[in-house]
Design a protein around this ligand. Structure first.
Ligand code: ADP
Ligand code: MG
Length: 395
């Protein structure tokens, strides 16, 4: 299937069978209800395909980081929301695995959906415990992994169970891999990579991967200050990841020798404090005075980056250009978001906060692909092997 290369749910014989589907339903909760339901919606195409073909579905996901069983992180709100989004009979299992859950799964009729409890209620989940994988496998005949956002973790429900049942990639998984492969392997050029957000160490692997491969790498967000520190600039009270300064120094040296252009901000928006109501000042330059912190890229930087993005044939963006959650520091991220949305090239955005920014600015459906995976999409484009993907057999 066009460079995708993995066994696809499209080719699975599922009629009359029970399918264990791993989805990424790790949604934000607000007052005990689902906040943003995008991840649930993103799982619907595979779920509906399975139901239309006469399968019953046992759905499994983690939710947050519970320490053992935590009623506040039950899948109940997710099951409720899912029930509203499909015509299926959706029920919530009395646990993740075990005899009671097996009995409930055994009663499913074609088209029915059973949502298992939060996979991380089981301590074996994050340890990729073979016993838990086995218990999950007894619940179904076939495994479909659609949880791209969890593939960088070798857990029982993402990796272990895939070795115990006939395993296929879901439609979302397939689309994620296809879209991100385009950026990683054979992008139309010029290719522009835009990186921002909090930490250099999260993203230095991506810079390394794309130096000499992408035409331009544009840097914003707090991670820019590790570069400025490495250059011996004043960073004032800006958030500087000390651990990242050495990496930044090395990247700067590598960039000197590279054909790729590495761009850093040329101006900034400063604040006194990390708060919406704080005193704000524009700085035509990058040396941050004592008592101030750099919280957004400036207007000249935003215009420069936007001009470059408009010329790109492929764009990959991960990480906001500033503290976009705070109104006075959202303009840089908004400008870059608008430039990406308007670009005629193929545009791919990954990262939880970047995706949230695009949604907030009403631009989410104006990019070619908004990845549901933050860490997973970064690791994939870096060229790392993702355990959850590796465990799906090749087509
Ligand atoms: P993503 O989830 O898209 O990968 P990150 O998690 O790496 O992005 O970074 C997002 C966070 O970085 C946001 O909370 C944002 O407020 C913060 N941030 C970006 N720029 C700055 C800055 N200059 N100073 C402080 N925080 C920043
Ligand atoms: Mg984030």
């Amino acid at each position: 299937m066009g460079g995708f290369g993995k066994a696809s749910v499209r080719d699975a014989e599922v009629t009359g069978r029970r399918v264990l589907m791993r989805a990424d339903l790790n949604v934000p909760l607000e007052n005990g209800k689902v906040g943003d339901d995008n991840r649930i919606r993103a799982s619907l195409p595979t779920l509906e395909l399975l139901r239309e073909r006469g399968a019953s579905v046992v759905l499994v996901s983690h939710l947050g980081r519970p320490n053992g069983e935590d009623p506040a992180l039950s899948m109940k709100p997710v099951a409720d929301r899912l029930g509203e989004l499909t015509s299926a009979e959706v029920s919530l299992a009395p646990g993740v695995v075990g005899p009671e859950v097996e009995a409930t799964a055994g009663d499913l009729k074609p088209g029915d959906v059973l949502v298992l409890e939060n996979s991380r209620f089981e301590p074996g989940e994050t340890k990729n415990d073979p016993e838990l994988a086995k218990a999950l496998a007894t619940l179904a005949d076939i495994f479909v992994n659609d949880a791209f956002g969890s593939t960088h973790r070798a857990h029982a429900s993402t990796e272990g169970v895939a070795h115990l049942l006939p395993t296929y990639a879901g439609l979302l998984m397939e689309q994620e891999l296809t879209e991100l492969s385009k950026v990683r392997d054979d992008p139309e050029r010029p290719l522009i990579i835009i990186l921002g957000g909090a930490k250099v160490t999260d993203k230095v692997g991506v810079i390394d991967r794309f130096l000499d491969f992408a035409q331009e790498i544009l840097i914003g967000g707090a991670m820019a200050f590790s570069f400025f520190r490495a250059e011996g600039r004043d960073t004032g009270n800006s958030l500087v990841e000390d651990e990242g300064v050495e990496s930044a120094r090395r990247v700067l040296a590598d960039a000197e020798k590279s054909d790729s252009i590495l761009e850093l901000p040329e101006d900034l928006v400063l604040g006194r404090e990390f708060e919406a109501g704080t005193e704000v000042q524009e700085l035509n330059g990058i040396d941050v005075p004592e008592g101030w912190m750099g919280l957004d890229i400036g207007a000249n930087t935003a215009a420069n980056y936007s001009r470059r993005i408009a010329r790109a044939k492929t764009v990959f963006w991960n990480g906001p250009m500033g503290a976009f959650e705070l109104d006075p520091f959202a303009a840089g991220t908004r400008a870059v978001g608008e430039a990406v949305a308007a670009a005629s090239g193929h545009t791919v955005v990954g990262g939880g906060d970047s995706a949230a920014a695009m949604a907030e600015f009403g631009l989410a459906d104006k990019v070619d692909w908004l990845s549901t995976g933050g860490g997973a999409s970064l690791e994939f484009v870096e060229g790392k092997k993702l355990p959850g993907v590796e465990a799906i057999p090749d087509a």
